[in-house]
Ligand binder design. Structure first.
Ligand SMILES: NC(=O)c1ccc[n+]([C@@H]2O[C@H](COP(=O)([O-])OP(=O)(O)OC[C@H]3O[C@@H](n4cnc5c(N)ncnc54)[C@H](O)[C@@H]3O)[C@@H](O)[C@H]2O)c1
Length: 264
């Protein structure tokens, strides 16, 4: 096991879905830096191996597992590998997700089924598959990555908003069901965070508003109290806090990390 003198997560095993890039990648690095053994599950095999390789090169302990979160068989195999290798799972972070958007009348059903399978079925399956291990331990933290799109809505994003609102619903129910076993479940709702995904979102939504992607991102930054977008490691900071002992009495919550975008 990876040891770190000051690590909050020494001897802990942390599973992150969507670990190849963005918030998931930053989360892997954050937990590894604080002493955890981290396991990344992603269907982008090359980038996922890259995340694990750089953590291991820096003295951490990381394992990359190829996994398509839309597939129950793929997730069952991935979680079985973790339990076989480490015997426990202390923290689950579900960061795998995709975005798509367009006018409602243009929503193709195939696209809807794909985002639903990734963002909603994927999260439900990960929570379902980690539960037996955490219940047996009598401890664990589940952190599902939702979005500010679960708290507010904007045009051309019905599919994404629906899936992220669903993630918050799953989280509340899981918190109540698994709380008696000493397990917390919370959702993190990031605002616009500088990742490949947000650049794609900027291009798509910007185009509907006659803006370039950069112009749309500038507008979003200006909408926040802090007048800037988030960096992935700033989202990882909240995730790590929710998995730490300092957050033992926080459960069933959905918490914004959005620079003051939604203030009411
Ligand atoms: N970046 C933002 O502004 C923002 C804002 C709110 C919420 N989020 C959420 O944060 C999470 C991470 O997004 P990000 O910005 O880091 O984007 P990202 O595209 O960098 O990361 C998403 C990761 O999910 C993986 N993934 C996608 N489909 C998958 C599948 N079927 N199986 C396994 N892995 C899959 C990708 O390979 C990638 O590594 C997502 O759930 C996203 O909806 C992001």
């Amino acid at each position: 096991m990876n040891k770190n003198e000051t690590g909050r997560f020494n001897d802990k095993v942390v599973v992150v879905t969507g670990s190849a890039t963005g918030i998931g990648e930053a989360t892997m690095a954050r937990f590894a830096n604080e002493g955890a053994a981290v396991v990344g599950m992603d269907n982008n095999t090359v980038e996922n191996e890259g995340t694990a390789t750089s953590i291991n090169a820096a003295g951490g302990l990381a394992l990359a597992i190829e996994c398509d979160v839309r597939s129950e068989d793929s997730q069952v195999a991935a979680f079985a590998t973790v339990v076989e290798q480490y015997g426990r799972i202390d923290v689950l972070v579900t960061s795998a997700g995709i975005y798509c958007g367009s006018a409602l009348v243009d929503v193709p059903m195939e696209r809807w089924h794909n985002i639903e399978a990734t963002n909603l079925t994927g999260v439900l399956l990960s929570n379902k598959l980690v539960a037996p291990t955490m219940v047996e331990q009598g401890s664990g933290s589940i952190i599902n990555i939702a979005s500010m799109a679960a708290k507010t809505s904007w045009p051309y994003s019905a599919e994404y908003s629906a899936t992220k609102s669903g993630v918050v619903g799953i989280t509340r129910s899981v918190a109540m069901e698994l709380g008696p076993s000493g397990i917390t479940a919370n959702a993190v709702c990031p605002g616009n965070t500088v990742t490949a995904m947000v650049r794609g979102v900027a291009e798509e939504i910007g185009a509907t508003m006659d803006m370039t992607g950069e112009e749309w991102l500038d507008m979003r930054a200006n909408d926040t109290a802090l007048k800037r977008l988030a960096e992935p490691w700033e989202v990882a900071g909240l995730i790590a806090f929710l998995a730490s002992d300092d957050a033992r009495y926080i459960t069933g919550q959905s918490i914004e990390v959005d620079g003051g975008l939604i203030l009411s």
